[in-house]
Design a protein around this ligand. Sequence first.
Ligand code: ADP
Ligand code: AMP
Length: 222
Amino acid sequence: MTAQAARVVFLGPPGAGKGTQAKLLEDRLALRQISTGDILRRNVAEATELGRQAKPYMESGGLVPDALIVGMMEPELARSDSFLLDGFPRTVAQAEALDAALRRLGKPLTAVVLIDASRDVLVLRLTGRWTNPRSGRTYHSEFNPPKVHGVDDLDGGPLEQRRDDTLEVVSERLATYDAKTAPLIDYYRKTGLLVTIDGLKPIDEVSADVLRAISGENGAAA
Ligand code: ADP
Ligand code: AMP
């Protein structure tokens, strides 16, 4: 990857591996991950007004209203030249707001990476996920276990299971993805920026594919 600015959207269903790949890239490249889910969970934990408003939607597996999300993201987008958007946009209205904000800032997107995986695998990944709530780093009890159960390999912090990673809420989140977020695949296909990656591969192979995609080396834009 060159020192050129990279402004990337990670698209894909919950559990596809967006956060896992974003953390790996953040370590390897000067590319700041902006995870709307992490920002919202911090606001819920700190009981801010935004957190108070967002909490019921998050707990039920629905989406937080567009106006709240767009208001939260505008200052984030202005902060850096390169970034990786993880979990945003999630609706066509959010994608249009993102386009408008980036046009104003003169910072167009450079890639949209769709990481995809089958439904049965997504459910297994989410229900077995262990998360470090402070860093947002995730592990999996079976597919990517930490060295010590319940402890983050990197900073030694405690891992927990997210309240919305239960089977019931996961089913709702996947239905929400199909209804509200999947239409973005066509939206971004029309821009010519979309690259689709098989998220069923092992984590390091997905990383290599993602790196190729955001470096513009992937001829297989789809
Ligand atoms: P997302 O951010 O897309 O919701 P995560 O990156 O948190 O998804 O990944 C969901 C779960 O799947 C985590 O427990 C993670 O450790 C695991 N995981 C991520 N990528 C892979 C992969 N390629 N193979 C197996 N497990 C994976
Ligand atoms: P995530 O960490 O990406 O799985 O997001 C967790 C939850 O936060 C989602 O189920 C939504 O309720 C909410 N959320 C995160 N990002 C957005 C967004 N861009 N738009 C609306 N709601 C969001």
